[in-house]
Write a protein that binds this ligand. Structure first.
Ligand code: ATP
Ligand code: FE2
Length: 326
């Protein structure tokens, strides 16, 4: 059974993990937290460069002590922040050359989906993938993950972070908004933008900041912010389930940690009689296990990346990938 080392570092989280077919063998991570404002790509890349050797040494020492041989190394080829992606790709190439093992570039979005499938036992779900930079509704069909719906501007996590920052809450704003929303009672109407199967969040984010400046209470506003953004996401996910005729919904991405989103999707799935799957929180946000796991799937399908094709792609879309492992 193959043993794969995966490295993740597309944005805020640098992580290294080793997995096999059955489970996670070891995982180490070191998150970058901006001193002020949002994520600064070059600062984050510098953080990853400073930290990567230490993390790799820890997991490789662990593997050595267990007598494990690493069969391949995988890394996020994109999407993500260019300087961060390049730092991680360089580390992955160095490992591949040093141990003379295959290098496997993986799509970060698909890794979010595949780790969810692995850890929940879902088989062929519609996935609502909601993170900082991305928000997509994905469906596997004939050799590709198709994007059935997606954001027309920013990811929903980014909308949470932007709104939070504009009213003085620290980064990342998502968890703070969820806390404040618990005290909210009154619903304040905010722009609800669904166009076909796509959605958009910038107008709503601006309107929420303006409502805050008008004196609407923080908890009512956070409550309304969540209700509106999540209703948009649930509406499109529901339509995707109906169009694609699937019987499962999987939640993926960092925003998936939000209890209210889980609850709203759960209700929709119950009403439609489809299964609803949410992995443990550690497998929702960015993590290296998902990169190692997708690396393992690709390795078994002999889908490896020659050095000369290992360049990064900051805007790598999931539907560009030919799925070789299903
Ligand atoms: P990607 O590269 O896939 O876009 P990412 O770098 O945005 O990933 P993730 O860890 O998947 O990283 O998601 C982080 C986002 O999740 C942040 O925007 C954060 O505010 C948001 N988030 C985390 N917890 C919650 C929560 N409880 N409610 C809402 N948003 C949350
Ligand atoms: Fe992510």
């Amino acid at each position: 059974m193959p043993v794969v080392l995966g490295i993740e570092g597309t944005a805020w989280n640098l992580g290294v993990a080793i997995v096999d077919d059955e489970d996670v063998i070891v995982e180490r991570a070191d998150a970058y937290l901006p001193v002020s404002g949002g994520i600064h790509p070059r600062d984050a890349a510098q953080h990853h460069a400073d930290s990567i050797v230490g993390l790799l040494r820890q997991v490789l020492t662990f593997a050595l002590e267990k007598g494990l041989k690493i069969d391949a190394v995988s890394f996020s080829q994109g999407p993500g922040l260019g300087p961060c992606l390049r730092t991680v790709a360089t580390a992955a190439r160095a490992i591949a050359l040093n141990f003379n093992i295959p290098l496997i570039g993986v799509n970060h979005c698909i890794a979010h989906v595949e780790v969810g499938i692995w850890k929940t036992g879902a088989s062929d779900p519609i996935t609502l993938y909601v993170s900082g930079a991305n928000s997509q509704v994905l469906s596997y069909n004939r050799g590709r993950y198709r994007v059935l719906g997606e954001t027309l501007d920013i990811g929903v996590g980014n909308a949470f972070d932007k709104f939070a920052r504009s009213i003085g809450l620290p980064h990342p704003g998502g968890p703070r908004i969820e806390e404040h929303a618990r005290g909210g009672e009154r619903y304040i109407e905010l722009p609800y933008t669904v166009k076909g199967m796509d959605f958009s969040f910038t107008g709503l984010t601006t309107a929420a900041r303006e409502a805050y400046e008008r004196g609407v209470s923080l908890s009512d506003l956070c409550h309304s912010f969540q209700e509106t953004t999540f209703a948009m996401l649930v509406e499109v996910t529901e339509r995707a389930v109906a169009h694609a005729g699937k019987e499962e919904v999987l939640l993926a991405g960092g925003v998936g940690a939000n209890r209210r989103l889980q609850e709203m999707l759960g209700i929709m799935c119950d009403e439609r009689g489809v299964g609803f799957y949410v992995p443990e929180t550690r497998f929702l946000g960015d993590n290296a296990v998902m990169i190692a796991h997708l690396g393992n799937l690709q390795l078994k399908a002999r889908d490896v990346t020659p050095l000369e094709e290992s360049g990064v792609n900051p805007s790598f879309r999931p539907d560009e990938v030919r799925v070789t492992w299903k």
